[in-house]
Design a protein around this ligand. Sequence first.
Ligand SMILES: [Zn+2]
Ligand SMILES: [Zn+2]
Length: 394
Amino acid sequence: MRALTFHGTQDVRVDTHPDPEIVNPRDAIIQITSTAICGSDLHLYDGVIPAVMKGDILGHEFMGRVIETGPQSTLRKGQRVVVPFTISCGSCFFCGQQQFSACDNSNPVEKRDMSEQLYGTPMSGLFGYSHLTGGYPGGQAEYVRVPYSDVGPIVIEDDSLDDDKVLFLSDILPTGWMAAENAEITNGDTVAVWGAGPVGLFAAQSALLMGAHKVIVIDHYPNRLKLAKGLGCDVINFRESNVREALMEMTGGIGPDAVIDAVGMESHGFSFDNMMDIAKQTVGIGADRASALKQAILAVRKGGRVSIPGVYGGMTDKFPLGALMEKGLSVKAGQTHTQKYMEQLLGMITDGKIDTTFLISHRLPLEQAAEGYRNFKSKQDEFTKVILKPGMGA
Ligand SMILES: [Zn+2]
Ligand SMILES: [Zn+2]
């Protein structure tokens, strides 16, 4: 089969790999019909996530048709499914709490030490996201093996729902939703979201659905800010205004009730701090650039909530711990417990309450995946979301 393969920093290519096979009784093999490039794939592409190896197949946002099932899979051949990016066993302590992204069984024994050393406990398995998370082949491919296929994938019964409408159930829609949920939004809240990328926009959309009175989105790409305005948000362009002053002005001098960092470890910004972090990241001494998060912590009101869906992998310097404590903030973060939200969100899509297709800017054949990465990275304003279609143009 053909699959998007990591060769080195900013070097990905579509190569030929052996077709995946059933390994465990609960596995299923999916023929991919649509798969997206995620903002977090760019962290792999840029080489800032450890333990990505030459030959790894990337991709964790995908859907398709079931073509083969193990004896204990609950799926049937021919079913159309969206697969969550988190691989979860469904029966460990964490899965029992619906904390699916903390599953204790999905990261194979031989890979667990890597993340255990970094984080104190091993991470769970994720598709196509480095050997820290199990080294599972991802879904930017013609076919993929889905472990625990009786727990993860959601069946799309209604064939009239296009792939475009449901694909984002695999990650970014539940991620945006959980980001808003983690911000504990109540009616009338003012919420500020850093990053008008896919997760930021979906978090903003979710915050409004949860009853936020005002959602303010911060970015510097004009087209992305336009999409935020289209959702009914206020916007701040951080190249044109001082973010903190603008937020104070927009919130009667108090600051937002909740803030969401949907930027993560590669944030832009020209403060001295951030430039130092960029330098350290470049020479590989493992610092996350956290300027968006630092700004969010300083801007949020006293007693406010900080939600972090943006991906961080290592350590950061000059973290405003004092502000966190003295302001009495609460912080929630984490990889998304995708399986917990898929059914509810599919219902909202079916009912027409959520439409996420506004985000899609490009649809490309899988063979042009490398070009998709390049443009998603270098022309972020124009390439808001790239969908790869393995069957397209074949
Ligand atoms: Zn993703
Ligand atoms: Zn589990």
